[in-house]
Design a protein around this ligand. Sequence first.
Ligand SMILES: Nc1ncnc2c1ncn2[C@@H]1O[C@H](COP(=O)(O)OP(=O)(O)OP(=O)(O)O)[C@@H](O)[C@H]1O
Length: 256
Amino acid sequence: MTEVILSLKDVTVTVNKKQNNETRILKSINLDVHPGDFITILGSNGAGKSTVFNVISGTLPVDSGKILHAGQDISKESPEKRAKFLSRVFQDPKMGTSPRMTVAENLLLASKRGEKRSLAPRHMKAKINEFRHLASKMGNNLDHRLDTPTENLSGGQRQALSFLMATYKKPDVLLLDEHTAALDPKTSADLMEATAQRIEADHLTCLMITHHMEDALKYGNRLIVIENGIVSHDFNRQEKAALTKEKLLSFFDVIA
Ligand SMILES: Nc1ncnc2c1ncn2[C@@H]1O[C@H](COP(=O)(O)OP(=O)(O)OP(=O)(O)O)[C@@H](O)[C@H]1O
């Protein structure tokens, strides 16, 4: 049997319970993620994509069904506990980094995730060359801004930092929630390329929500479409290779 690192089993989420506007936003959704999968996720606005990430990361409880990590039921575990094996990068460059802290300090915090956190100078000294090397791979001058407070970075540099922080400890599962959407086209493309290189180099398992069909087709080994709270399509590597933007559009309820 193929190994599964993350699994959603018949997950249902209903909001505004017992009110006139009660809505089932996830409808018994199922998904098996295998180690090394890089799954791109498409779907119309409001289809339930971010809600899937919210139930995986534990910020939204499931009403029924289960979330399994390496076979263990984590449906009731806190977001903090799940953060030991899970990282998420959001669309908003302001999330995920501490604004007053420098790039290097943020990276040091990320390197101590799950341990007693300390920003002692000796820890920084031991890591600074590694941070510079990592930052240089992002191709946006971040390696020359290590002593800059994060709030003074460009949006692209800040997202690159968020990505480096999220991947520093090589999480079992990386969730990218439209992480390039707030950036200009060139910066977005550069970050996407750096993202794909890092995922491949570190053999990360990743789920990436995007509205860029080109990116959804270009990157990853699997493409899923979420519509109306279910996985409506799940294309493997071969099926994905045969897809076109036009074909994909026909799978959408509403063109995103
Ligand atoms: N906590 C909540 N309370 C009420 N409604 C919610 C809640 N979370 C999500 N929704 C609703 O559920 C639906 C799905 O939202 P979700 O954010 O998952 O969609 P999405 O596919 O990520 O959309 P987008 O592409 O626009 O980001 C939306 O109609 C949203 O308004």
